[in-house]
Design a protein around this ligand. Structure first.
Ligand code: HPA
Ligand code: ZN
Length: 334
């Protein structure tokens, strides 16, 4: 079996995926036409050509511009179905989708419109592709904690429709501590909690996410590498990191994939997972993230299998749901 086929047959969970970041330019243009929305680009080709980023913010500016094409419930359904189809082809058995309600409510799109479309896609994906999924509401950290509380208030009447909360958008200058009260409230509500930390921000932001937000996984976390004490803590606590290798290269966190610290973190005993983040913008879905990382870093098949196992173990599902995936994974020969 070649490497691509091997990666494809590994049952895996995708745990770091912004559904708005799966909006391919073709669908973006189709939805913009459907909705009479003007985009800042003239064509699909011009859009793709604009995807040369120098940092997180230069990406976010385009990502929020593209999200303007999403208006109706059907748009969110189509968006998520396109993702699930790709995920199924990559051997994803379970996906936890981040969504950014504030990006949409700020444009007058109702929270329920977003949720209805995504939820219907999740149910359809279970039937059509046998993929289970969860929705994780992300708060935009460049906005205030008060605005985060207002978003939580919108979600509250039907809070069971979401599974957890996360924290994304511009990291520098917006430390996890800014959201300590909001996350405490979310934990009281029984929601799972995760946060982006240590993508561009310093190791201290990862420590804040752990101590103040009490997160159950760290999204990215690659700058933990600068602190041996934090590395030891992450390994000791078996705290999952949702690493996104192609994203990190596209946003210039590492100069090339060969410079990525994913293998070093794995070797240090950290519970690393591989994910795609915003695949329509970063040049590859989860399968390509596995394959390209293996090629650039010399990951062996047992290591790829361990990464897939980590993803299943770090998923927010019951042990009864997890067991058949783990059994299937264990049966795969390297
Ligand atoms: N980092 C922070 N915010 C984001 C990202 C990311 O990689 N993708 C979408 N929102
Ligand atoms: Zn992300």
């Amino acid at each position: 079996m070649d490497l691509e086929s091997y990666v494809r047959v590994l049952p895996k969970a995708e745990l770091h995926l912004h559904i708005e970041g799966t909006l391919e330019p073709e669908l973006m243009f189709e939805l913009a036409r459907r909705n009479g929305v003007a985009l800042p680009w003239k064509s699909v080709e011009e859009t793709r050509a604009a995807y040369a980023f120098e940092d997180l913010q230069s990406f976010l500016d385009l990502y929020y511009a593209g999200a303007a094409a999403l208006v109706c419930e059907e748009d969110f359904f189509d968006l998520a179905m396109a993702y699930f189809e790709r995920a199924a082809a990559d051997g994803v058995v379970h996906a936890e989708l981040f969504f950014d309600p504030q990006t949409h409510t700020a444009r007058g799109v109702a929270y329920e419109t977003v949720l209805n479309g995504l939820e219907r896609a999740c149910a359809t994906a279970q039937r059509r592709f046998d993929i289970s999924s969860r929705l994780i509401l992300c708060f935009l950290r460049h906005l205030s904690e008060e605005e985060g509380f207002a978003t939580l208030a919108q979600a509250l009447p039907q809070v069971a429709r979401i599974h957890g909360v996360g924290l994304d958008s511009s990291e520098m200058g917006h430390p996890p501590s800014k959201f300590a009260r909001l996350f405490a409230r979310c934990r009281e509500l029984g929601l799972h909690v995760v946060a982006h930390a240590g993508e561009e921000g310093p190791p201290e932001y990862i420590i804040e996410a752990l101590d103040l937000l009490q997160v159950e996984r760290i999204d990215h976390g690659v700058r933990a590498f600068e602190s041996p004490a934090l590395m030891a803590r992450l390994a000791g606590e078996q705290m999952p990191l949702t690493v996104c290798p192609l994203s990190n290269v596209k946003l210039c966190v590492f100069p090339t994939l060969a410079d990525h610290n994913l293998k070093a973190m794995l070797d240090a005993g950290i519970k690393v997972t591989i994910n795609s983040d915003d695949p329509a913008y970063f040049g590859g879905y989860v399968g390509k993230n596995y394959v390209d990382s293996a090629a650039a870093l010399g990951l062996g098949r047992e290591e790829l299998k361990r990464i897939a196992r980590n993803s299943l173990e770090a998923a927010f599902v019951s042990d009864a749901e997890r067991a058949p995936w783990l059994a299937r994974l264990a049966s795969i020969e390297a």
